[in-house]
Write a protein that binds this ligand. Sequence first.
Ligand code: GLY
Length: 264
Amino acid sequence: EDGHPVLLESFLDGPEVSLFCLVDGETVVPLLPAQDHKRVGDGDRGPNTGGMGAYTPLGWLPEGMVERIVDEVCRPVAREMVASGCPFSGLLYAGLAITSRGPEVVEFNCRFGDPETQAVLARLTSSLPELLHAAATGRLAEAPEPTWSEQCAVDVVIAAPGYPGTVTTGGTITGIETAEELDDVHVLHAGTGTTERGELIAVGGRVLSVVALGATLEAARERAYEAVERINLEGAQYRTDIAQAASEGSVGSVGSAASADGAE
Ligand code: GLY
């Protein structure tokens, strides 16, 4: 009444999920759901970041939840875009919380998410370019469904000192080749550059993503962290608990209304 704006927000009482969908008009093809770890520190402590690590599969997600999210969230959005004369073609990123009321949207992006994509695409066994091309040329409905490895994927972000505040750049990075000698490990560059002498250095906040596959989340975690330990960057930061709660079966409670059919 005094003219001060008040913003009321829903309390989202459940774990977050990222679901990327390829969209071509009303055709929606979901990729695998993944979970990001947004805070800089273990146990979700410290400031928010772009994402410090991710994993898939989400064993704790109720069966049928992806179909429910597609039916209740992504497909209605795609239909509405068509109905409003602005059909969407591309990647729809739904950031959701799986609350006691069911899936609720936190955000949408029209792009892949980082670092979830590193984990999701590590499990893709069919062709991503073909899928993207089909979406871009209006043929997504006829394209073969993407196929996925049964393996679990974990990726751990190595960030520069100071991230997500003022970052110290210029640190020399070594050990990537040794890390990639491990089976089913690869290292993706984000904030890296080279000096005139050809040395690899950190030039941004999130510097590297270390991605590992394993038969279980625990195996993928072990491999990812063994690889992280082989990489040197002075003052580097990384979380040590990526996918830990999921591998221990202790991800925050998912309410009864979050079941696949939405029944309370
Ligand atoms: N992982 C969060 C984002 O890509 O926005």
